[in-house]
Design a protein around this ligand. Structure first.
Ligand code: PMV
Length: 360
């Protein structure tokens, strides 16, 4: 599908319901999206596990537009309190989605959102938040176009979520989502995320993700600045080629259930993401001393046991520990005994693979 397939047909229904709600999960990339063209068109394809417990719940109340000079009329509340800091990002989102959702400048929208994970935990809420908001808008559009089928609904929801944040395009469904065109995945697209339909070995059923909170608070360098620094980066084209190759390899690994090979690709992807940051111009560093201590402990643990525990990283200092459900008891014991000391206020979040967004 191309851009113009997402321009709405003439509306046949009415926006009668006044409240629309969705719960959307966060996700963790295995092959990372880092570097983009235009508006969130990825420079390379990525694949992620959809999470379950880490999610955003968003309710949008639609009302008559408040008379004002402003093109878009909305208010945002986080945990029931007005959150002015979110307004610029949401205003940009409205501007970007308007060509595809012509009703967004016709009403007032009261957006109420809450995250299941602690605020300022360093866990990015943009993927789950933008996905939940995009899904609410799609529920509105569905009442205006009642014949819309479910496949189109989710494609367009992901397309809109992408306009808010690239990784948000991978938060609509699950358990594995692909964003960006890749030769081995015929349905993949640079415009939206798709559910990975290939074979997945049982070893990955209920795969666990325990997020160790190393550093809480605002990131020193935002993801959008980071993506921009990939343009003109001396290693950029080699990195894009590597990501394509890693994705091909990972698809085989996922099919065969080869956990040892999974560890190698996933950890390498995490470290390359940060290597690109460290070698950008200007260079920067989001890893903290405790991130490195955790990584070394994970390697030591693996060397001393038969474990398939591995780590991955987002654009921040927190560490995601990925492991099979069968190892849950041992790994949680290891975390409690040896890793919590490296977590800010001993905080960590236990999560696992999830199946995507839910209508509220
Ligand atoms: O969605 P953005 O623009 O915040 O980019 C996120 C990029 C990473 O989280 C670092 C990697 C990824 O693929 O999710």
């Amino acid at each position: 599908m191309i851009h113009k397939d997402f321009i709405s047909k003439p509306y046949t229904g009415q926006l009668e319901e006044t409240e629309f709600g969705w719960q959307s999960p966060s996700n963790i990339a295995l092959v990372k999206y880092w570097g983009k063209k235009e508006i969130q068109i990825p420079a390379n394809p990525s694949i992620s596990f959809t999470l379950d417990n880490c999610h955003t719940k968003t309710k949008v109340q639609v009302g008559p537009k408040v008379k004002s000079e402003k093109e878009f009329s909305f208010e945002v509340l986080l945990d029931g309190k007005p959150k002015e800091a979110f307004a610029p990002k949401i205003e940009t989102f409205f501007k970007r989605v308007q060509p595809y959702l012509p009703f967004v400048d016709q009403y007032h929208f009261k957006i109420q959102t809450t995250n299941s994970f602690p605020h300022s935990s360093g866990i990015a809420s943009s993927a789950s938040g933008m996905s939940a908001l995009a899904l609410c808008f799609m529920s509105m559009e569905k009442t205006l176009l009642p014949d819309m089928n479910q496949e189109y609904f989710f494609k367009k929801a992901s397309f809109l979520a992408r306009l808010g944040s690239g990784s948000a395009s991978r938060s609509t469904q699950g358990p594995l989502m692909v964003f960006g065109e890749h030769q081995d995945i015929p349905e993949s697209s640079n415009l939206y995320g798709v559910k990975y339909q290939g074979e997945v070995h049982d070893n990955f059923n209920n795969y666990q993700d325990t997020v160790l909170l190393v550093d809480v608070g605002e990131k020193k360098v935002s993801s959008s600045v980071g993506h921009d620094l990939v343009n003109g980066h001396p290693f950029a084209s080699a990195r894009f080629e590597q990501a394509n190759k890693n994705l091909s390899e990972l698809l085989q690994i996922i099919k065969q259930g080869d956990l040892e090979a999974f560890v190698k690709v996933v950890e390498s992807e995490a470290l390359v993401l940060h290597a690109i940051m460290m070698s950008s111009q200007p260079y920067y560093l989001l890893l903290r001393p405790n991130t490195l201590r955790i990584i070394e402990k994970v390697w030591e643990y693996r060397a001393n046991t038969n474990s398939n525990l591995c780590f991955t990283l987002d654009a921040g200092a927190n560490v995601h520990l990925l492991y099979p459900e069968a190892e849950k008891q041992e790994v949680l014991q290891f975390i409690r005994n040896e890793l919590v000391v490296y977590c800010k206020n001993e905080q960590y979040i236990c999560d696992q693979i999830g199946f995507g967004a839910k209508k509220l």
